[in-house]
Design a protein around this ligand. Structure first.
Ligand SMILES: Cc1ncc(COP(=O)(O)O)c(C=O)c1O
Length: 345
């Protein structure tokens, strides 16, 4: 028996909630440097959208999925943000199997915990990937690679071994690669096919900086893709979103430039933070840098930076402060604020 709509669950809080910071610190919106998300501040440059594109219903001509197949190197089901798949997969497994045991990283994008609990599944938190001895029939293991917010990467070989351990158990690996685009050699995509027991999620929100068009993709197991397609409906991704997504996925020279720029900008941010925090507390991906701190330092730094109009994301429950990337002017502003905060300590 599964139960949905567990009443004790409260909605998850996220970065990007600048309205809270505006209300709390009384600083006008235009004066903030918002680095509270992992969305790239160097988005794919969306051209002016022609008026006929605004007028059209979503096309069912397969053009978006063709562009996605080219980019990801495999079949990909287009969905309205990978968040949609995060919400739908627990419902899909409820229909297929009833309540299922689900392994979830101790620290990760909290929507996973919320939706698997919402659908009455049994959560098992892990610090290290579950071993052969720990896994049971029909287990599902969720892995975020890299993890948000810990910035931890798993090696491809580790994930291949995990999928293999799950295969004879009729288990699944759900792999969230929302932050993987800048480091494609670390993706599991080239190593999976349609019969795999891996369900792999990708997003146009982070590397492409296009979170607003709500477009993501589900790759991997074909039957899961087909089942999700049946609950997707015809109008899930707007025509303007499709129009933008196709061009962004095809723009290889922009993608190439971003694979140089984002790691460099992330390194600058990490170097800057290393002047104020111990190096072994800092972990980075090309799209964000996370600092592990004590609860007191966490509140202190988030508050002090906010007083200088810089909004970061604080994960109090895990002792982490996450910094999204900034352009050079933003980094200079952050540097100045960090120095002033350190002087005031
Ligand atoms: C790890 C991770 N996966 C998936 C998502 C959902 O992204 P989207 O729905 O924009 O594709 C997020 C959003 O922050 C995330 O952090």
């Amino acid at each position: 028996m599964t139960t949905s709509g567990t009443p004790s669950l409260s909605p998850v809080q996220h970065g990007g909630n600048l309205h809270n910071a505006i209300a709390r610190y009384g600083i006008p919106r235009a004066d903030w440097l918002d680095i509270s998300t992992g969305i790239s501040p160097f988005p794919w440059p969306v051209p002016i959208v022609p008026s006929d594109v605004w007028q059209r219903l979503p096309e069912q001509d397969g053009a978006l999925e063709q562009a996605a197949r080219q980019y990801y190197g495999t079949d990909a089901l287009a969905v309205p943000g990978s968040q949609w798949a995060i919400q739908q997969l627990p419902a899909l497994f409820s229909r297929r199997r009833g309540a299922t045991r689900v392994w979830l990283p101790q620290e990760c994008y909290e929507e996973y915990r919320y939706w698997w609990q919402f659908h009455g599944h049994v959560l098992q938190h892990y610090a290290a990937l579950p071993t052969q001895e720990q896994l049971q029939e029909r287990d599902i293991v969720i892995v975020l690679n890299p993890n948000n917010p810990s910035a931890h990467y798993h090696a491809v070989t580790e994930l291949q071994a995990l999928a293999q351990r799950l295969q004879p158990l009729d288990g699944f690996l759900i792999l969230d690669e929302a932050f993987m685009d800048a480091t494609p050699t670390q993706s599991l995509l080239p190593h999976i096919n349609a019969d795999t027991n891996v369900i792999l999620l990708r997003s146009l929100g982070k590397f492409f900086g296009l979170a607003g068009i709500r477009t993501g993709f589900v790759c991997g197991n074909r039957k899961v893709q087909e089942e999700l397609r049946r609950v997707l409906g015809p109008w899930a991704i707007s025509h303007p979103a499709q129009w933008i997504a196709i061009q962004a996925l095809q723009d290889e020279s922009w993608q190439h430039a971003m694979r140089q720029l984002l790691p460099a900008q992330s390194q600058r941010l990490a170097n800057l933070l290393a002047r104020h925090f111990p190096a072994d507390c800092i972990s980075a991906t090309p799209l964000f840098v996370t600092v592990s701190l004590t609860p007191e330092s966490l509140t202190h730094w988030q508050d002090q930076l906010a007083r200088h109009g810089i909004w970061t994301r604080c994960f109090m429950q895990w002792g982490k402060l996450r910094f999204g990337l900034a352009d050079d002017a933003g980094l200079a502003r952050l540097e100045q604020a960090l120095e002033r905060c350190a002087a005031d300590e």
